[in-house]
Write a protein that binds this ligand. Sequence first.
Ligand SMILES: Cc1cc2nc3c(=O)[nH]c(=O)nc-3n(C[C@H](O)[C@H](O)[C@H](O)COP(=O)(O)OP(=O)(O)OC[C@H]3O[C@@H](n4cnc5c(N)ncnc54)[C@H](O)[C@@H]3O)c2cc1C
Length: 444
Amino acid sequence: MITRRTLLTAAPALTLATGLLPGAGLAAPAALTADTRLLPRKGKGPRIVICGGGWGGLSAARHLRDRIPDADVIVLERNPFFWSCPMSNKWLIDVVDTQFLMHDMFAPARKYGYTLVQTEIIGIERDRKQVRTTQGTVDYDYLILAGGIRNAYDAWFGDDRATAEYTRQHFPSAYTPSSEHLALKNKLKDFKGGTIVMTLPPPPHRCPPSPYERACLMAWHIKVNKIPGKILILDPKPKIAPIGAGYKAAFEELYPDIITHVPNAKVKEVDPYNKRIMTEAGDFDFDDAVLMPPHQASDMVWHADLIAQTPEGKPTGWADMHPRLFTANSDDNVYIIGDSMGPIAESFGHYPKSGHVANVVARIAADNIAERVAGKEVVAQLPDNLCYMLVNGDPREAISVEFTYDLDAEGQVVQTQIDIDVRTPDLLAEDFVWLEGKFNDFLA
Ligand SMILES: Cc1cc2nc3c(=O)[nH]c(=O)nc-3n(C[C@H](O)[C@H](O)[C@H](O)COP(=O)(O)OP(=O)(O)OC[C@H]3O[C@@H](n4cnc5c(N)ncnc54)[C@H](O)[C@@H]3O)c2cc1C
């Protein structure tokens, strides 16, 4: 249902999209109704709508245009520019500059020939094959949900949205492409001393090794600037993982007086106003904090009613999907890619929620949709994963983790994990080569 509030927030967006400037002497844009169609169909090929223009969404758009040249590919994205979370920890201590992370999304859209619309997705009606946005509805033949994660503050605060918003603004998690990264960087620059608490989300969560990388690089800033500060990592897991030995060595050898890792510290309660956290490992006061609530599949997967349920009928928080084909179990015209994906195998759970996996699965989904459109057999493919984490600012040294996937005799996906725990400058050099390859794949 389109509410009055939706209409009010939608009106300025429509003005911008149609290029009608207020006061230009033209008629006011027509009021939005549930039947307002955003874009007429282009060409004879299938229309494939991609919700979310991050790592997964932009990769899918590029590869779909390659595989199905007559497809009408549309990306719906709320942000005005692409912001890369990979490398954003390194950006906190100026290893890369802002231009390195921030990209114009219209350039790849023009180059590869897809349509990019800056808009908020507010509903998905699968029975009508329509996506509702703040600018109107968009019809699809195939739908790809690539919205990343949502920060589930409700796990901490229930319906108390004011406290959730207070927490987000005062102690930003900076785990989605948003201005929270700028807030965190300013906070670090202004930090004069005291205890910073960092809560890690329970698994599965976005980029498992990256909170520890963030702790190392914030500690490095504290160390070189001789700030009387400490970082307390409140980790719900019993031990550091992945790259546990590499991180443990970095904490003990590089930041022994700054970083304390607290295992089994599952959050029970958060009081952001009094700067206090209650966990299963004890209660902690803080002067400042990076508060990461639990992660779940993005809101759009909930809008599409594609969240899996536990046997007791409770939402698992992640997509209900086929682990090899990436289609929704209840609707094979809908693909879920990237961090919103559900579990893959009982033995290891989820694929790592990484930009690498989002990019590779996006390409696989594009291949599979192209096979279906051409009436060919769909070939299930397996991804891989690779992550490099900087632990020292001078000399710049990184550690890394690699995951490979195979099928066992029963056809179940099995995971092999290789941690590289010895920190070296070479691994940072490899990180830059990796990122350049990815950016060239979907942004250049
Ligand atoms: C600090 C940090 C470091 C990381 N380092 C690495 C690394 O080194 N290597 C690696 O591989 N991965 C890394 N990652 C993980 C990586 O960023 C994510 O796994 C990846 O971005 C997932 O891609 P995605 O497409 O699923 O989500 P995203 O890239 O987050 O894209 C989702 C998009 O959907 C949009 N969206 C969501 N809801 C709506 C809506 N309702 N309407 C319109 N648009 C919407 C969002 O604005 C966003 O642009 C890191 C993450 C963080 C936070």
